[in-house]
Every structure is written in C-alpha cells, then in structure tokens.
Design a protein around this ligand. Sequence first.
Ligand SMILES: Nc1ncnc2c1ncn2[C@@H]1O[C@H](COP(=O)(O)OP(=O)(O)OP(=O)(O)O)[C@@H](O)[C@H]1O
Length: 574
Amino acid sequence: MIRRFLSYYAPWKGLFALDFSCAVLAGLLELGFPMAVRTFVDQLLPQQDWTLIIIASAGLLVIYLLNTVLMAVVTYWGHMLGINIETEMRRKSFDHLQKLSFRFYDNHKTGHLVGGVTKDLEEIGEIAHHGPEDLFIAIMTFAGAFVLMFTVNMHLALITAVIVPLIAWVTMRYGDRMERNWQALYRRVGDFNVRIEENVGGMRVVQAFANEEHERTLFAHDNQRYRQTKLDAYRIMSASNSLNYMGIRLIQLVVMIAGSYLVITGGLSNGGFVGFLLLVGVFVRPIEKINSVIETYPKGIAGFRRYTELLDTEPDIADRPSAVTVSGLKGDIEYRGVSFGYGDGKPVLKHIDLTIHAGETIAFVGPSGAGKTTICSLLPRFYEVGTGQISIDGIDIRDMTLASLRGQIGIVQQDVFLFGGSIRENIAYGRLGASDEAITDAARRAQLDSMISGLPAGYDTIIGERGVKLSGGQKQRLAIARMFLKNPPILILDEATSALDTETEREIQKSLAELAEGRTTLIIAHRLATIRGADRIVVVSESGVVEQGSHSELLRAGGVYRRLHDAQHLVSSR
Ligand SMILES: Nc1ncnc2c1ncn2[C@@H]1O[C@H](COP(=O)(O)OP(=O)(O)OP(=O)(O)O)[C@@H](O)[C@H]1O
C-alpha cells in the first residue's frame, strides 16, 4: 500500500527533490539557533565585544532570511506537489468511473462515489505533501537535536532520552485507532451525501407527498451518527494531544531541575543551560509534528484505501484485446440462446432466440417486468449476456469495441436525462462538435425548432438541472433531436413518445418513422396502438419470446397479444 502510494510521486521527482531538500535545510537551520545562543551567552556576552555581537547577529539574520525563503518554497511548491498528486488521483478515479458498468452503478450510491472523488482525495493531497516531508524532518531534527544535546551535556541528554520513547509510544498507540475511526467517518460522510443528494434531487416528490418530517427524521439519524463518530475521533485526539502535551512539559521540567542543579554545581555553563533548553524545544517539536501527522495521516490513508478500492474494481464490461472498431453497420441483429439475470439469482431472460433483419422495425410487447427493456439493454452491452450470444452483422458484440458499438446505437429512453447546460449543448451531446446547422436541423426534425425560436435566448437557453425548466414533451423532443443528430443505424426507442400530447405524438411518430427508414429499430412498447405499423411484434413473457408476427397475424392467432390488445382496447373504450 505504501509502495503504491509512493508510486504517485514518480512523475514529480524534481518537485519532490526541491521541496524535500528545502524542508531538510530549513530543519537543519533550526538546529543552529540553540547552538548560536549558547555561544552568545558563554563567549560573546562575557567579552562585551560589540563588533563580534553585531557580526554574530548579522550571521543570524542571514540564517533567518534563508529560512524565510525556504519556508516560502516549501509552502508553495510542497503544496503544488500535493495538489498534483491529488489531481492525478482524481483524474484516475473519474476515468475509472466512466469504465464501470451499469451493474456497478446499480449497486453503488452516487453520494458515496462523489465523496470518493472529492473529499477523500483532498485529504490524500494534504498527506501527499506533508507526510514524507514531515516524517523525514521530524526524524532528522530529532536525531540532530539529540546529538547536539549530547555535545552540550551528556547527563541531561541521557535523562531526556529516557522520557522521550515513553511519549513517542503513547503517541503512536493512537495512530491505529484513529485510522479505523476515520474510515468510519468517511462512510458516515458518504451516507450523508447520499441522503442529501436523494433529498434535494427528489425534493419535488418529498413535497408532493408532504414527507418533509419523515425526511428530517432520516436526516437527523444520519446527522447524529456522524456526530457520534466524530466525537469518537475527538475523544481519541484529545487523549493523545493532552498526554503528548504533558509528556513534553515533563521533559522540559526535568531538564529545568536537572539543568539548574548542574549550573549550581558547576557542571554546566549558563549558555549551555539556555542552549540545552532551546534544543529541548527543537527536540520535542518533531514529537508534536508526529502527533499532527498521526492526526492527518489516518485520514489520508483511509481515503487512499477507498480510492484504491474503487480503482481495483475491475470493469465487468470492457474491450477485449482483440476487439475491433466497427462503423457503418447494416443492423442485422441475432440473439442466439441468450439468458441473463441481474445477479440476484433470479433469471430474467431464458434462452432467447431472435433474428432481426437490417432495416426492420421490431416492437417488444408483453406484461410489465417480462424483460423487454432488458433484452434491449443487452444490445449496447449495458449488461453482459449470461450465456448465449448477440451479434450484429454476424460479429459478436463482445468482439467490438464498446465505444464503436455504442456509436452505432441510438437510444431514446422513457425517462430522459438532460444535463444542466443550454439547449444547444444538450442536443449536441448526440454528436459532440456538431455544427450549428446540424443542431438546428435535428431540432427541426424533432419538432423542437418553433419552441426554441420562441425563447428569448433561443438555443442558448439554460434548461436547469436535468432539464427541469422544460415540459415532459419538450424533454422527450430534445432527446429525439439528439438521436437525429447521432443518426445511428440501430435505434432503441423506449416508448419514446409516451409523454407527448396526441397531436404532437402523431407528428413525432412521423419524424421517428422517417428516422427509422432504412434502419433497424427496436421499440419497447407499452401502448399497442403506437406499434401497429411495426414490421414485427415480438411478445415477451416470463418464459421468453412466446409469439411473433405482424399486428394482424398476432390478432388472428388469438394468443397473448390478442389478450393484451383486447385488454387495452377495453380500457381505452371505457
Ligand atoms: N438494474 C436491475 N437490477 C436488478 N433487477 C432488475 C434491473 N432492471 C430490471 N430488473 C428486473 O428484471 C426484470 C425485467 O425488467 P425489465 O425492465 O426488462 O422489464 P420490462 O418488460 O421492460 O418492464 P416494463 O414494461 O415494466 O418496463 C424485472 O423483474 C425487474 O425487476
């Protein structure tokens, strides 16, 4: 784990060397001050030679100035090192999130994932900068001060050496407990984020159900849990801090008493005494430093653990090494013996055999939960088939690169997801970098242009988070415009026009029929009226594909489709 962490320093060797050497030099200069004071008191003061005093003072001033510059370098470039590492880790996390499949997102909460890319990495950035530097300087000044203390007075140095390991042991003891505590704290922060995100995102539902009180209770529970975990952290921190403080003062007190005795009995000069006391100050600073590292280090390590957990999650759907880039597919689709389950032990699709010819419009119908959406989700490899095979134009979809496969398939979902930018940006999401003409053409074909031209900001109108400022129908049209722009050979329409009024729906159906011309189109249908014109209707039930044929053929057959048709007909004629 430590090795893996250190590997992130590799691209920043120069920066690390600069930061590290400046920090080390600053640490060494710190050691010079007590020795200079000793010389001052023991040699310069008795001689009362002002020239020497001024020269020595000027020497000290130069040291201080040098230290000031070193500190500035360490603060800026050291933090640059930390933020560089943090930025790289954030890039890797985000990059990895793009590779993980729907299955991963089905089982992870957004708030936890957002926390992983933001808060966790912030702590890691801090530790990346301070960790090795603080630790090394602490060890160096500790050892340096110790050696100097011996040169000043061996007895005092030995007394100090007996007490210090005790304090160091006390300090170290709390490290492990703190790390476990920070891990728990991160989980709580994640729970928190999930709760807030779901609440804010679903505020319209919360208020529509007047469930604010219920939400407050749930939040209060998480809030209290977070408070308790943080209190646990503070308890450990307070015990560690106060014991540390006491230990350090104890060293100073012992040195004061023993030093006074030595000065009185002539075993130590005045300058040696003052110098030694100052050295003790330098000597205990690393202990304080280690203490602060012990506070921040577990945070960073806990964050790093979560980061590596995410990075070590293998994407369950990825390009095979031999995968080919496909383009201009005709759209001959073949499901052969396809079975699939979502991993909860319940099979959803059982041995589906289906041939869809290029240019054909196929409508999937069947009872809710039969697996219509699932059949279509397997085609762009949102989920991987369990057994069996799906091929397009005779090529197994697992032998195609994911990006090129998905580039050949356009999807309009029932629940349209729009991004918070402008109408133009949202349409252009269908084909990044599309020209303005192509965007307006797509909008026109999706019957969106007259609405857009009526807006003061036109295509630059900001549509709000997830498109809240648009009506359901407008959102759907925008999604359709995206697909016109993408212009793929294969379309999946999840009852795409269900949110539109009858008049607009007819117009859009016309546009969709125009788009479907010469392309393979899979429609997940809920209302049978809209799919009568499909080339083939495939009836899916829990036991798989049970019927297929044209509308009139299936009506004549008098099977499941006939029953569904009659039931809907009955409802609509009531
Ligand atoms: N992401 C998922 N994780 C686990 N189970 C799922 C997931 N999505 C769907 N299911 C389950 O798989 C089964 C088939 O769902 P699917 O959405 O494919 O049905 P559908 O025929 O499209 O239904 P509807 O007409 O209601 O949209 C259902 O039992 C559903 O609960």
